[in-house]
Design a protein around this ligand. Structure first.
Ligand code: C2O
Ligand code: CU
Ligand code: CU
Length: 493
């Protein structure tokens, strides 16, 4: 196919392959965006805020005139938004009404590993899992999703997932748009393959020679809505973007190339807003942006082909050359004026200095890490509570990967020896690792010591994760360190 390189502000250029798929012109933006409802907790006698989540099967109208069998939480697809505040004691009742065992992981939440909802906390059909913890982190947009080993891709794809919004005092003061569903709008971006009769195509969820990243869908859902629009009623709108796809990278921007302000990365609000017109999100990553609107205008949020260089192999191997309209934003004839975007947002978190100089090296190979596939009985790393480690992630393949660490937050120190672009500075928990790249992270671990229950690190392309591109680490205090059992079987089961 022929290649056209089109220069664009802020990037070397965009690479378009004429084989790239596109839905541009095929949508009519006729379905009002579903806004996941905020789930009100009940308050226990001891003050704990208790959220009840029921996972079950349902049917959802996605394509007009058809229904699709989907899975959801307290409803047929996706799940409610949980809002918690720093300092809250929270408890979850997660009941599984699905026909299969699953788990529910709190992606980005800082909590003890036994509450993490990873592969070691299965919830069997008919059972209820009840983790509880105290919220101890900065304002951020987090999410929850299944994490059962070998089944994560299918369970997320069928529809289980939702947002967790953490609020804190610092951040409220920053006066960002915060009227949920009105000027503070969540956008969960996912791709699916759906047949004309509404059947969800479940083939290719695992990687193969043809789908090296696992399934890429041609139908885009936003909050479980196909062909969506959303009304805008204020001059500034905050969008909480989550890439909830199994494999697809979204490189988002507006069709008129307008600028927007990045105000938060995965794990927290930025110190200052950053003006951009494109933003790349790999699976699992989040970003909060603030966009300005004029009365009566309409603009489409689109997933564009990736920038040249950063993503070349992705575009060939994973449909990254595709162009997908995501949602139309329709501004009312008169808009309520928003408070201006503050020049300072949250407290700037300094890049932490690793407490051990030698890096922990992880080489991403053929669906393993350091030549090992995931083993739930093996501990791959023991870290000290409260420490900062230098983790060096090398993608030795010509396949795109990304990397997520549980029970921590990190800063990107460098990518191939150069400082990361400004939009990747700030607190994160998931990072894209392009083919051939070396990414170095300063990872800050939590204070919860546990010698039996591990946290996970893994590629967040779900087919890769399911195939075993995942490892386990324990976070252990110096006092507990001598008690860590050695060798295979070290983990509780
Ligand atoms: Cu979003 Cu280990 O997961
Ligand atoms: Cu996670
Ligand atoms: Cu991968």
């Amino acid at each position: 196919g022929g290649l056209v390189v089109a220069p664009a502000a802020g990037f070397v250029g965009y690479l378009y392959a004429d084989s790239g798929r596109s839905n541009v012109g095929t949508l009519s933006f006729r379905n009002r965006l579903r806004i996941p409802p905020v789930l009100e907790p009940t308050i226990d006698a001891d003050g704990r805020r208790r959220f009840r989540l029921a996972l079950g099967e349902g049917r959802t109208e996605l394509l007009p005139g058809t229904t699709t069998a989907t899975w959801g939480v307290n409803g047929p697809i996706l799940g409610p938004t949980l809002r918690v505040r720093r300092g809250d004691r929270v408890a979850m009742d997660v009941s599984n009404h699905l026909p299969e065992t699953t788990t529910l992981h709190w992606h980005g939440m800082h909590l003890p590993a036994v509450m993490d909802g990873g592969p070691h906390q299965p919830i069997h059909p008919g059972r209820t899992w009840q983790p509880s913890w105290t919220v101890q982190q900065r304002a951020a947009t987090l999410w929850y999703h299944p994490h059962l080993h070998h089944a994560t891709a299918a369970h997320v794809y069928r529809g289980i997932g939702g947002l967790v919004i953490v609020d804190d005092g610092d951040h409220d003061a920053a006066s960002l748009p915060n009227h949920y569903g009105v000027d503070d709008i969540p956008l969960i971006l996912q791709d699916r393959r759906i047949d004309d009769d509404g059947t969800l195509d479940l083939s290719d969820l695992a990687f193969s020679g043809l789908t090296i990243t696992g399934l890429l869908g041609d139908k885009i859902l936003v909050n479980g809505t196909y062909d969506p629009y959303v009304e805008v009623s204020t001059t500034l709108v905050r969008l909480r973007l989550l890439n909830g796809a199994n494999a697809r990278i979204f490189h988002v921007g507006f069709t008129d190339d307008r600028d927007f302000s990045l105000v938060a990365t995965d794990a927290g609000v930025r110190g200052t807003p950053l003006s951009l017109n494109r933003l790349m999100l790999s699976p699992g990553e989040r970003a909060e942006i603030v966009v300005a609107f004029r009365p009566g205008e309409e603009v489409v949020l689109r997933g564009f082909p990736p920038p040249l260089g950063a993503n070349f192999a992705y575009q060939r191997l994973a449909g990254g050359g595709d162009t997908h309209d995501l949602i139309k934003m329709v501004a009312a004839a008169t808009l309520r004026p928003s408070a201006p975007l503050p020049a300072r947002l949250g407290r700037e978190v300094p890049v932490p200095t690793p407490t051990r100089p030698e890096p922990f090296r992880l080489e991403m190979g053929d669906f393993h890490l350091n030549d090992r596939t995931m083993d739930v009985t093996r501990v791959d790393r023991v870290v000290r509570t409260g420490s900062v480690e230098l983790w060096q992630i090398v993608n030795g393949q010509s396949i795109p990967h990304n990397f997520h660490v549980h029970g921590s937050a990190f800063h990107i120190l460098d990518i191939d020896g150069s400082a990361p672009p400004e939009y990747l500075r700030g607190d994160k928990d998931t990072v894209y690792v392009r083919p051939g790249a070396t990414v170095r992270l300063a990872v800050r671990f939590l204070d919860h010591s546990d010698i039996r229950w591990p946290y996970m690190f893994h590629c967040h392309l779900l087919a890769h994760e399911d195939a075993g591109m995942m490892g386990q680490f324990l976070t252990v205090s110096p006092q507990d360190a001598p008690l860590v059992p050695a060798g295979p079987g070290a983990v509780h089961d």
